[in-house]
Design a protein around this ligand. Structure first.
Ligand SMILES: C[S@@+](CC[C@H](N)C(=O)[O-])C[C@H]1O[C@@H](n2cnc3c(N)ncnc32)[C@H](O)[C@@H]1O
Length: 188
């Protein structure tokens, strides 16, 4: 594994934070590479949880010369954790803006941010994917949308496979911790 910063590895190996609920580091590395490859300086994460993936995305934006990462996380405790985790990373040229909206509320309230984002990572409750993609596109967004666990990551996640397939995106099989998952990619 390549870790852009030791704190990212520490979070993954810390039993209190790592594992369940957090994107696997090899998926995070893939997202990091996509942000670098696209040269994206504006990124949005929907469903930031405790901010580990937000940190990866922000470090990628920083390596691109700096910019802004919007982290959307309606759980206020986790939103604070996201702010705190990113504050511990070396991000002199990158602002991490944490919003406690839901995905759809954030899109409705911030169409200009959505329109200019180079990469958007959707890792929220996985509900109403078609509605979310339509809302993103209605802003004029042209970025790359990455969706974690398009096959439903956990037992109680709604099955996305059919709705996702109808959108015509790429479905990339990825190795998860004890099983396989899928990362969806869709050019908006
Ligand atoms: C799987 S976790 C995200 C993990 C995080 N992206 C990572 O890899 O570290 C899902 C998160 O989505 C948030 N969430 C749930 N419903 C949401 C919604 N409607 N809009 C935005 N976020 C939501 C939850 O509070 C939770 O923190």
């Amino acid at each position: 594994m390549i870790w852009p910063h030791p704190l990212l590895e520490a979070r993954w190996t810390d039993a209190k934070y790592g594992g369940e609920g957090i994107a696997q580091p090899w998926v995070q590395l893939l997202l990091y590479g996509l942000v670098r490859a696209l040269g994206a300086r504006e990124v949005i994460e929907f469903g930031a949880f405790r901010g580990v993936t937000t940190g990866w995305l922000a470090l990628a934006v920083e390596a691109n010369g700096g910019g802004i990462v919007y982290a959307v996380e309606p759980n206020v405790k986790d939103a604070v954790r996201t702010t705190d985790f990113c504050a511990a990373l070396p991000l002199p040229a990158t602002l991490v803006h944490v919003a406690t909206d839901s995905t759809l509320a954030f899109i409705a309230a911030n169409p200009d941010c959505v329109r200019t984002a180079g990469l958007l990572f959707l890792d929220d409750d996985k509900a109403a994917i078609a509605e979310k993609v339509a809302a993103l596109r209605a802003t004029g967004a042209r970025g790359l949308l990455a969706v974690h666990d398009v096959d439903g990551g956990y037992a109680n996640d709604p099955p996305l496979r059919k709705a996702w397939a109808a959108l015509g995106g790429l479905t990339l099989p990825v190795v998860k911790v004890h099983e396989h998952g899928h990362l969806g990619l869709l050019q908006l």
